[in-house]
Design a protein around this ligand. Sequence first.
Ligand code: HEC
Ligand code: HEC
Ligand code: HEC
Ligand code: HEC
Length: 166
Amino acid sequence: MKKFGLATGFIAVFLVSFLFSPRMLAQQDIQVPPPPLSEDFFPCMECHADMDPNPERRVLEEFHDDIELAHDEENRWCMDCHDAENRNMLHSASGELIKFEESYKLCGQCHGPKLRDWKAGIHGRRTGMWNGQKEYLLCAHCHNPHSPRYESMKPEPAPLKPGKIK
Ligand code: HEC
Ligand code: HEC
Ligand code: HEC
Ligand code: HEC
């Protein structure tokens, strides 16, 4: 009876330590709020199911004419990120489909160090418990994927010395 208790104890400790091992934590799901897609556009396949994909680089006139690509645009075009056959999805360079909820995987292919910082809560915004459930803002909540750069800010003038404030 005593032996059995000891063995169960060992198993319990083993299981608990496994649950909280860093490896398991790293594999936790990344929770995000809904991606900032406009209702007018999603689901994309409402229109695109009936259209032949047109991968040609061109000025879009019929639709999406407000999208201006300013993101390594000499080397890139729509279908490098959007899937031609299933427009409701993004895809990686190797063709693996990526949901809009996981668009950070797309960004991380080229911005590896930023993705690492983001996961660690250093870049972007992460909320939640230090040892439990966390929620992240997607890169796309802050960066427009079509034109992701932020304008650099003008520095404010130095503060006045107390004697000079009237
Ligand atoms: C209301 C209809 C409609 C919806 C919804 C829509 N599109 Fe389109 N899309 C179009 C039309 C029309 C064109 C062709 C525009 C042109 O050639 O000037 C187009 C063209 C495109 C293109 C250029 C390549 C091609 O096949 O012509 C991409 C990429 C694209 N859409 C992505 C999307 C994505 C991603 C969504 C969803 C987030 C979406 N679209 C939702 C109507 C739509
Ligand atoms: C660098 C990758 C990338 C490229 C290149 C790109 N897109 Fe996107 N696009 C995205 C991502 C990521 C989103 C999802 C943003 C979000 O979660 O709201 C998106 C969103 C969209 C949407 C939905 C916008 C909305 O307001 O809901 C449309 C439409 C679209 N893209 C069309 C295009 C077209 C057309 C082109 C080419 C001119 C293009 N995209 C090029 C990554 C890209
Ligand atoms: C296929 C590679 C590729 C993918 C995928 C990609 N980027 Fe980029 N990105 C680049 C390159 C190359 C540059 C530098 C050229 C430029 O700024 O246009 C860049 C520039 C940027 C910049 C500006 C950097 C600066 O120094 O100011 C930001 C921000 C950015 N990307 C965010 C994103 C986000 C967010 C996503 C996902 C929606 C994404 N990128 C997906 C290649 C990529
Ligand atoms: C909460 C908003 C927010 C989120 C989420 C976010 N960023 Fe940023 N990012 C910013 C701001 C603001 C800047 C510009 C200030 C700066 O340079 O630190 C920036 C700068 C950048 C730059 C260029 C500057 C540099 O330091 O090289 C890149 C590249 C970038 N972000 C990529 C990403 C990627 C990839 C993700 C997702 C994995 C992401 N960001 C998520 C707000 C965000």
